[in-house]
Design a protein around this ligand. Sequence first.
Ligand code: COA
Length: 254
Amino acid sequence: MDILTHRDGPVLRIGLHRPDKKNALTQQMYADIAAAIAAAEADAAVRVMLIHGAPGVFTAGNDLHDFLSRPPRGADTGVSRFLHVLSRTSKPLVAAVSGPAVGIGTTLLLHCALVHAAEDARLALPFVNLGLCPEAASSYLLPRIAGYQRAAELLLLGEPFGPEKGRELGIVTAVVPAAELMEAATAAAHRLAGRPPAALRVTKALMKRALQPGIDAALEAEFRAFSERLDSPEAKEALTAFFEKRKPDFSRFG
Ligand code: COA
């Protein structure tokens, strides 16, 4: 199993566990996380979810082999189910981030209530550099959280950034030493889980009320654009270059 779930009292821990591929997410992994969130949603005893990777690696983002060989299409893919439940769950999510958090590894954080990042965390939104475009409603949420220019810098240049910058931008709640990450994130999840659950849920729903239509519209527009981008010669060049361990050459594209 590449996704490990573990009940810790009222907290459901969802662990990314594909160490040989830096926790790169396959369609099966997205489907498994979606199923775990849906099960947590239906289980009154679960009050909070805590998503984490391993020390030194949160996730390398979407599996790039999958992008080339089995590009996700339509509404019934693992990733679309994941994004649907992630953006709609009524229970708060906490994230613990160490090491690379690439692509969806950063965009999923925009849906979390509390994001604890280790000092070694490296966030990145490299969609443009892969010939792709943003997903997980990040084209809508990031400009709202960080402001247009700061979102544009992250999404158009796609350069990695550290946890302190993440905190300044409003994506990261707290930066902690790597050795203290899981303890800090677990304590935060349990603090949340100790709050009255119905009050937590209604407060999350009220905060999401005005945002949800924008999130839904962004997810739909991004799915369409992303699907087209996956077929583009730019994406083919970028993805092939990654596996050939060379720099991509975009000079021939107009
Ligand atoms: N999809 C599929 N395989 C991936 C992957 C991905 N997103 N990211 C890493 N891997 C694989 C590598 O191909 C390598 O496999 P191999 O051992 O069979 O050659 C293995 O995981 C280890 O990766 P490596 O690049 O050697 O690790 P690193 O510590 O030097 O770098 C990253 C880690 C995350 C910075 C780097 O792997 C990376 O940039 N990955 C791609 C990130 C990305 O663009 N994601 C898509 C976002 S939309």
